[in-house]
Design a protein around this ligand. Sequence first.
Ligand SMILES: Cc1cc2nc3c(=O)[nH]c(=O)nc-3n(C[C@H](O)[C@H](O)[C@H](O)COP(=O)(O)OP(=O)(O)OC[C@H]3O[C@@H](n4cnc5c(N)ncnc54)[C@H](O)[C@@H]3O)c2cc1C
Length: 391
Amino acid sequence: MDRNDFFLFTPLLYEVVTGQLKPEHVARPLGRLVPRTVAFVQATVQSVDLRSRIVRADHGELRYDFLVLALGSEPNFYGIPGAEQYALTFKWLPDALRLRQFVLDRLEQARHIGRALRITVVGAGCTGVELAADLHDWVRAPAAGQGAAAGGSRVVLVEAMPQLLCPTDPRLMRATVDALRSREIELRLGAPVEAVQPDAVLVRRGEVREPIPADVVVWTAGVRPNPLVQQLPVPFGPGGRVRVEPTLQVPGFPEVLAVGDVAACPDLRGGYLPATAQVAVQQAAAAARALRALVDGRAPQPFRYRRKGEILGLGRMGAVAEAFGLRLVGYRPGCSGVWYTWPGCRTGEIGRPSRGRGRGATRWVPRRGKTRISEVGRTEYVDQSPAARTS
Ligand SMILES: Cc1cc2nc3c(=O)[nH]c(=O)nc-3n(C[C@H](O)[C@H](O)[C@H](O)COP(=O)(O)OP(=O)(O)OC[C@H]3O[C@@H](n4cnc5c(N)ncnc54)[C@H](O)[C@@H]3O)c2cc1C
């Protein structure tokens, strides 16, 4: 059951904003993805009654013997004044389309008054870093056709913590900071946002409140679990996620499993697994095995997460990656277009074809001889962008 009749491949949502991909390349009809033996119901869940084993949706009620909660998350504004009102979110397909149109409109306005466009991205996790890089390349590209306004566009990435939150490896983090700075993306680290206004983001610098003027503000500062789970009589873990047993079962309700962003799943080292697609995809397979065991009257096995690596796209300037024990920094000297088969890597499924990737995947094959990938530590990051070459 899902409110949408399509599956959204979020790691390619950036390319919908920049116009490199169309919505149909990142959203695949669920009817074609699920096997014929699965009945798909398009409906919006309104409440879940765990005690009576009933899911209530806008199209009626559904009784169940077993239930998997996979309701995902939504943007978290942390109650910051003006954030929900004035910042654009970047989570769902309509968000990407809205953001694209908003940036194009603001570019046009900026061009009219002969001023550069100012974009602020709040939150330097993976989504914020990648979005800042992609927006920067897009609005500055001559193809944007916006003349001087586009050329002088300013992209600011704001983060409350003193460092980027992604990538996690310190050397890759340094390479990412260098790459962003070399492209004149302004980094404001250790600058918690106190308020968002129609034309500015207010950040705190020690005792001082500093306004960052902005025509476009995008909120990528974190997510919280789908609010539907808050009403459930279950234990909660960090960030209000449903705390599950290592078997993904919800305590007190062994017939209910929770997976993905909605679940706080122990990592078996005293912490909890992150809310990422890489975790969600593996949990989905584990939940299917657990259901099989429960139906057969066996005890489900604990879920074991296998981290497969991390890839962070940095727009046209390249990417940083950590996989198979290697840390890699890659770039395409002076080329446009992105260059590697990262959609697979980013969910930790390196090299495995997926029906869900559709045309997107075929666009990401590296062009021989133009891609350079260096192992961090052995080769220095070299920025070959036109901006770097002239400075
Ligand atoms: C722009 C972006 C890029 C990302 N890139 C990466 C990446 O590169 N690698 C990575 O590991 N992670 C990435 N993530 C995170 C990743 O998308 C999530 O961790 C993952 O999608 C979580 O899966 P899920 O199944 O828990 O939730 P979701 O994928 O959010 O699915 C939840 C589903 O529940 C449905 N739903 C919600 N409420 C209702 C309701 N009331 N009734 C019916 N249906 C409902 C929704 O329509 C949706 O289909 C990215 C996220 C974003 C926003």
